[in-house]
Design a protein around this ligand. Structure first.
Ligand SMILES: Nc1ncnc2c1ncn2[C@@H]1O[C@H](COP(=O)(O)OP(=O)(O)OP(=O)(O)O)[C@@H](O)[C@H]1O
Ligand SMILES: N[C@@H](CCO)C(=O)O
Length: 301
């Protein structure tokens, strides 16, 4: 007999400036994934929205990989895997599309195989596929997460800020894979840059926990990855400056980019328009989307 479940998973913005591979925020942009497990052998995939026609229907698909990982771990055998996706999260732009696909596959397969896996196990499995925990943790738990790796297992803190802020995601038309954006990072950094980032990331978490959002201007500064990735994103520095000048609380690269994210507590549309214009000056077409914090993470619909 076939078994079906539908999951909704949020997109995520990772790093938030200095918190490289550690800090992530779940955002109100969602993918839906419907999984059917059956005795009829074969893999099928239907995709609507982002990635339609481009996402492969084989073991290289991270959602399918995630489903198979749960089946192997729980010892269940289902020869038939059918996935239907409705994607709103753009692919390879810095809004956690791969994390959403992985978490969707894991949570769906866990539900259909009798919920044998805890959320901690799902987090560790998701991290092993994604390579780092900063997107998958908020995709699972919602809210803001800070994650570290310890002997192959992710330890995390999840919290919500005491008051709301908004996010403006400016999404350029071009893709940038995380793989390509990690290739430009150096093997080591100057000690002074490490100190710069330690102080900013501590301030970032403090500002988000206490609601002292005025501190975000400095708390979103980074020297570990953004300066190296600038060359991959024409106009990046100017777009971030334009956001601050238009009244944003602060702005940073979203994940591995190329999406840029401004934090606001005022006129978000004004900030978005100014950022798009700054991209246009560098001959990059872009659009903006207003986002809030998602508090639920992945849910079963
Ligand atoms: N819905 C999906 N189903 C299956 N695979 C997907 C899906 N969405 C994304 N992917 C895979 O993930 C890749 C994009 O992942 P990548 O890590 O490069 O960017 P991202 O996750 O969108 O951004 P970031 O990690 O910076 O937030 C796609 O090229 C595709 O292979
Ligand atoms: N921390 C990751 C996020 C993107 O997956 C990076 O910046 O490479």
């Amino acid at each position: 007999m076939a078994n079906t479940v539908k999951i909704r998973v949020p997109g995520t913005t990772a790093n938030c400036g200095p918190g490289f591979d550690a800090v992530g925020i779940a955002c109100t942009i969602y993918n839906e994934l419907e999984l059917t497990l059956s005795p009829q052998a074969g893999i099928s995939l239907e995709v609507a929205g982002e990635g339609a026609g481009a996402i492969p229907a084989d073991g290289s698909n991270v959602a399918i990989k995630a489903v198979q990982m749960v089946l192997n771990k729980t010892g269940r055998h289902y020869p038939g895997i059918a996935l239907k996706m409705v994607n709103n999260i753009p692919l390879a732009r810095g809004l956690g599309s791969s994390a959403a696909a992985i978490v969707g596959g894991l949570v769906a397969a866990n539900e259909l195989t009798g919920c044998q896996l805890s959320k901690q196990e799902i987090l560790d499995m998701a991290t092993s596929i994604e390579g780092h925990p900063d997107n998958v943790a908020p995709a699972i738990f919602g809210g803001i997460t800070v994650s570290i790796m310890d002997s192959g297992s992710a330890k995390y803190l999840r919290f919500l800020p005491p008051k709301d802020f908004s996010m403006v995601a400016v999404i350029p038309e071009f893709n940038l894979s995380t793989k390509a954006a990690r290739r430009v990072l150096p093997e080591s950094v100057p000690f002074a840059d490490a100190v710069f980032n330690v102080s900013r990331s501590a301030l970032l978490v403090g500002a988000l926990c206490t609601g002292e959002f005025k501190l975000l201007l400095h708390a979103l500064e980074d020297r570990l990855h953004q300066p190296y990735r600038e060359k991959l994103i024409p106009g990046m520095a100017q777009v971030l400056t334009a956001a601050r000048q238009a009244g944003a609380l602060g702005a940073a690269l979203s994940g591995a980019g190329p999406c840029l994210l401004a934090f606001t507590d005022g006129d978000s549309d004004e900030v978005g328009q100014v950022m798009v214009k700054a991209f246009n000056i560098h001959k990059i077409k872009a659009r903006y989307q207003l986002l809030n914090i998602d508090r639920q993470g992945a849910i079963i619909l």
